[in-house]
Write a new protein. Structure first.
Length: 242
């Protein structure tokens, strides 16, 4: 099998604090998500049809917005993303999502930016697959960070022309409801992926300059089977965009 161009993976055991060490005391169960979290750099995509696409909530409305798909947990104050598997999807996908999308974009080869999220998966769809974070391109998909039945797996295209992603397992053995923290950090063509202190690094080809990219996180449910009680739910306790 031909390996993707310029894919370099390095396994390290880091010293990053685990999710259990992160306090969520600042979260208020009585506030809306946009009052607990600064969402000014994002817009929200929902699993609700709008024309040929889906409903999007702009940054200016996110301070007060809440719905059955996006709300505050009444016990923890976490930001909850809920997706029914029969929800609407964007024109470029066949799966529904409740997901925050960064408003600005950049190039992989020159970008210096990172996204860190502390979260827990509260409900797994029957296909056991939720994309919880992305480095998303306008035309292609460089990284999808997945929850796969308790494993954290990065689906990576190191080359812009790569037809199929390389799946890189970062962490295994998580349980539903267990907090974990991931970071995706880009430094001029190299992305470091960290989940609970375990790191893997990917070097991207310069041909990615053909596309602009941006960060996304939340709940991109990889199941569209219209069966009873089939849904995905995640809770975010903290995030940092740099």
């Amino acid at each position: 099998m031909r390996k993707p161009l310029a894919l370099l993976v390095i396994l390290l055991v880091g010293t990053t604090a685990l999710a259990e060490d992160i306090s969520a005391e600042h979260l208020s169960p009585s506030r809306k998500p946009g009052q607990n979290f600064n969402l000014s750099k994002f817009k929200l995509q929902l699993p609700v049809a709008h024309g040929s696409g889906v409903v999007e909530i702009p940054s200016a409305q996110l301070t007060t917005y809440t719905s059955e798909y996006f709300y505050t947990d009444k016990t923890t104050g976490a930001m909850v993303f809920w997706v029914p598997t029969d929800g609407a999807h964007t024109s470029g996908s066949k799966f529904p999502r409740t997901e925050l999308r960064q408003n600005t974009d950049f190039n992989i080869s020159t970008g210096s930016t990172s996204l860190t999220v502390t979260m827990a998966v509260l409900q797994t769809p029957k296909r056991n697959n939720i994309v919880v974070g992305q480095l998303k391109g306008e035309n292609e998909q460089p990284i999808e960070l997945r929850w796969m039945d308790g494993d954290i797996v990065a689906s990576v295209k190191a080359s812009f022309k790569q037809t199929k992603p390389e799946n890189i397992t970062i962490l295994t053995g998580l349980k539903e409801g267990k907090k974990f923290t991931y970071t995706m950090s880009l430094q001029r063509g190299v992305v470091t992926l960290i989940a609970n202190g375990v790191q893997k690094r990917v070097t991207f080809d310069k041909d990615w300059d053909a596309d602009k990219v941006y960060w996304k996180f939340g709940n991109y449910c990889q199941d569209n089977a219209k069966t009873a009680d089939n849904a995905a739910k995640v809770a975010v306790f903290a995030f940092t965009l740099k």
